[in-house]
Design a protein around this ligand. Structure first.
Ligand code: DMJ
Length: 656
């Protein structure tokens, strides 16, 4: 029907507005009536079509605006104004989503492969494609009879309901377990008085961070230590208490017993996953599922197992995609998922879907249901069936087509913990998961060939690879890789053990340099090796430090594996810098610019500061019998998962 034919309906003086017209009509005289309430069914569909075309155009317009990624993430994912301004290109506190947003903005600016016109063309193509798809879908809908549409809706609803029921059944059938007492969950006091004192200082830092969170933000996700109020990141939707769950195991190993009890009772009474919330599957998995599993394995408290499995079940609908590669974002009430709007052609992100493995294997282990393990093993199957450019894993994979998106490879944001989880899957399986081992060493070999470079002054760094071109920048996030190379060294293919230990040490040195070359002695978010600089941030939006752990994480592994005293020395430098520049009355704050002499607080105490940064520092000044590496794996948020030797069976896992 031509649009003109509809106009008299709009101008009719009878009846209410558009909503009334679309919504009803039965009481107003039915199809023959003259007001909007009397639209015929076909007219309603045409109106719907016009309306959706209008919405599509509006979205199209947003894409035309500069820096649309920030705009979109601002519209769709609000984070606190303080954090936004602290990290102009980083809408959230975690590790990957925001890094991806930044990565996208970066591609827009520098245009790897370099051309703003190409980027514009890329955007236009995407808009055209979206537009055409919307039209196609609308046409298909129009061709269907109303009964058919109704039936489709019912079928879809039923499918979601069935999936949810089946998923919930997993939770209802939680079998009893025999708790296995943890190995080395609390250690001896170090013999050396100076080391003891340093360790005690780090525990005092934990107390300061925790007490302030408790005073000013209890039950909320994070603390704003300057404003002395709560901070909520949209990464967790309406799920609350990120700091509490993230801190549980650190409180446990530091023997902060009263605080651990407070946290446990908060979890018991208040941790609620029955909320209408769209969450980041990755962030909720590494912080909440990981934190709860870790608390269970340390304390044996059943509430943590129950909550971990309950949340795991809530995350299962994320895997309802054609390929089984999960969505990045999931509404845990409706079970509807989607991907970040900025991610290449609707892709899922390697470091997000590749960082579920360890937790999901443990969920199967503790629930007796293989469904969790099946989901993550399927991810591996999809990856193994794909051709890899030069043996590298691109950061983007489309969950519908099961094909790679843009060829951007990184060991930092968007890629990082995928590689970490390959290695740790092999170690956590008590070295029985040979497939993971092969995938890890193959990937590392390709990374060495294509991404790892030495600067003219001899600093080893890991660059980013964009369609064959290198960007000579290394992120703070990438610094975790030093520890990873060292941790994997022992089992490296013939003759390469020393090589990987050395590579770990070189990355640690480079990351230490990135700290040492700043005013505050804490490193920037990203540093470059081009334009005449080495290990220095040159862009304003890369100069911030948000209490991240990756550098001290690498020091921790290097210390444990080599006992070279320089790692304790470097770790102590970081403690002093945190005390001098990040500690405030109300807790610890990130900094907007590590090169500035004056304070540039971002006013956020990230939950990973308690989960990771302080835990790794504490371990560096503890004896090796606290959390021995032969018994424990740290997830990417430093939560503890025991190695699953074939004879460790809390629960018999049932195959479906
Ligand atoms: C943490 O949430 C995790 O370490 C993640 O893997 C990366 N980003 C942050 C800390 O920087």
């Amino acid at each position: 029907m031509p649009v003109g034919g509809l106009l008299p309906l709009f101008s009719s003086p009878v009846g209410g507005g558009l909503g009334g017209g679309l919504g009803g009509g039965s009481g107003g005289g039915g199809r023959k009536g003259s007001g909007p309430a009397a639209f015929r069914l076909t007219e309603k569909f045409v109106l719907l079509l016009v309306f959706s075309a209008f919405i599509t155009l509006c979205f199209g317009a947003i894409f035309f605006l500069p820096d649309s990624s920030k705009l979109l993430s601002g519209v769709l994912f609000h984070s606190s104004p303080a954090l936004q301004s602290a990290a102009d290109h980083k809408p959230g506190p975690g590790g990957h989503a925001e890094d991806a947003a930044e990565g996208r903005a970066g591609r827009g600016e520098e245009g790897a492969p370099g051309d703003p016109a190409a980027a514009l063309e890329d955007n236009l193509a995407r808009i055209r494609e979206n537009h055409e798809r919307a039209l196609r879908e609308a046409k298909e809908t129009l061709q269907k009879l109303p009964e058919e549409i109704q039936r489709d809706i019912l079928l879809e609803k039923e499918k979601v309901a069935q999936d949810q029921l089946r998923d919930k059944a997993v939770f209802r059938r939680l079998p009893p377990v025999a708790f296995v007492p943890p190995v080395g969950a609390v250690g001896r006091e170090p013999a050396d008085a100076a080391i003891r004192e340093k360790r005690a200082k780090i525990k005092e830092m934990m107390k300061h961070a925790w007490n302030n969170y408790k005073s000013y933000a209890w039950g909320l996700n994070e603390l704003k230590p300057i404003s002395k109020e709560g901070h909520s990141s949209s990464l967790f939707g309406n799920i609350k208490g990120a700091t509490i769950v993230d801190a549980l195991d650190t409180l446990f190993i530091m023997e902060m017993k009263d605080e651990f009890e407070d946290a446990k009772s908060w979890v018991q009474k208040n941790l609620d996953f029955n909320v209408n919330a769209e969450v980041s599957v990755f962030e909720v998995n590494i912080r909440f599922v990981g934190g709860l599993l870790s608390a269970y394995y340390l304390s044996g408290e059943e509430i943590f197992r129950k909550k971990a499995v309950e949340l795991g079940v809530k995350l299962l609908p994320a895997f309802h995609t054609p390929s089984g590669i999960p969505w990045a974002l999931l509404n845990i009430k409706s079970g509807i998922g989607r991907n970040w709007p900025w991610a290449s052609g609707g892709s899922s992100i390697l470091a997000e879907f590749g960082t579920l493995h360890l937790e999901f294997i443990h969920l199967s282990h503790l629930s007796g249901n293989s469904i969790f393990a099946e989901k993550v093993m399927n991810i591996r199957t999809v990856l193994n069936n794909l051709e890899k450019p030069q043996g590298l894993y691109p950061n983007y994979l489309n969950p519908s087509s099961g094909q790679w998106g843009q060829y951007h490879v990184s060991v930092g944001g968007l890629g990082d913990s995928f590689y970490e989880y390959l290695l740790k899957a092999w170690l956590m399986s008590d070295k029985t998961d040979l497939e993971a081992k092969k995938m890890y060493f193959d990937a590392v070999q390709a990374i060495e060939t294509h991404l790892i470079r030495k600067s003219s002054k001899g600093l080893t760094y890991i660059a980013e690879w964009k369609g064959g071109l290198l960007e000579h920048k290394m992120g703070h996030l990438t610094c975790f890789a030093g520890g990873m190379f060292a941790l994997g060294a022992d089992d490296a293919p013939a003759g390469l053990t020393q090589h990987y230990l050395h590579l770990g040490a070189e990355i640690a040195r480079t990351c230490h340099e990135s700290y040492n070359r700043t005013f505050v002695k804490l490193g920037p978010e990203a540093f470059r090796f081009d334009g005449g600089v080495e290990a220095i941030a040159t862009r304003q939006n890369e100069k911030y430090y948000i209490l991240r752990p990756e550098v001290v994480e690498t020091y921790m592994y290097m210390w444990r594996l080599t006992h070279d005293p320089k790692y304790r020395k470097w770790a102590w430098e970081a403690v002093e810098a945190l005390e001098n520049h990040c500690r405030v009355n109300g807790g610890y704050s990130g900094l907007r610019d590590v090169y500035l002499k004056h304070n540039s607080y971002d006013d956020v105490q990230q939950s990973f500061f308690l989960a990771e940064t302080l835990k790794y520092l504490y371990l560096i000044f503890s004896d090796d019998d606290l959390l021995p590496l032969e018994h424990w794996i740290f997830n990417t948020e430093a939560h503890l998962l025991p190695i699953l030797s074939p004879n460790r069976k809390e629960v018999e896992v049932n195959e479906k």
